[in-house]
Design a protein around this ligand. Structure first.
Ligand SMILES: [Fe+2]
Length: 154
């Protein structure tokens, strides 16, 4: 179970709320996957379908969240934007590979998959998102509404 404690809360309201949404989906996936392992039953096709659908939700939500972060990085002139964007691309590729593997009919999500999914999220947050949040905090840009650019007058 992932909980956004002091270490994982970044102090940037928009990032924290989107990270909470991602953590909620991952926790739901973990709960769904543990249902069958606790009962020692083979995962049913229905379970695999539910987990697959939840992973698709996670993929969609992650893509939206990464786009938000990258827009914030562009608008705040974050110097590590390119590296961070590259990391997002790798993460999306990893997630899609996991979804493809499940869709190809292999066994349902394993506990190793779950551990790496949690690491996928927490590792990025602690290693890549935290420095970005610290940059925003240092510039006083953590509050307020994005995008920063004023809307074009028509
Ligand atoms: Fe990120």
């Amino acid at each position: 179970m992932i909980s956004l404690n002091q270490n994982l809360l970044l102090g940037v309201p928009l990032l924290d709320s989107e990270h909470q949404e991602l953590a909620d989906v991952i926790n739901t996936i973990a709960a769904e996957a543990s249902n069958h392992s606790m009962t020692q039953e083979m995962p049913s096709p229905a379970c695999c379908r539910r987990v697959g659908n939840l992973l698709q939700d996670l993929s969609q939500l992650s893509a939206q969240h990464f786009a938000t972060e990258e827009r914030m990085m562009e608008e705040s002139c974050y110097p590590n934007l390119l590296e961070h964007r590259q990391e997002h691309r790798l993460m999306m590729a990893e997630l899609k590979a996991l979804i493809r593997a499940l869709c190809s009919g292999r066994e349902c999500l394993t506990s190793r998959d779950l551990t790496s999914l949690k690491g996928w999220f927490i590792g990025h947050l602690a290693t890549d998102d935290k420095p970005f949040a610290q940059y925003l905090l240092a510039q006083g840009l953590h509050q307020g509404f994005w995008p920063m650019r004023p809307a074009l007058a028509i």
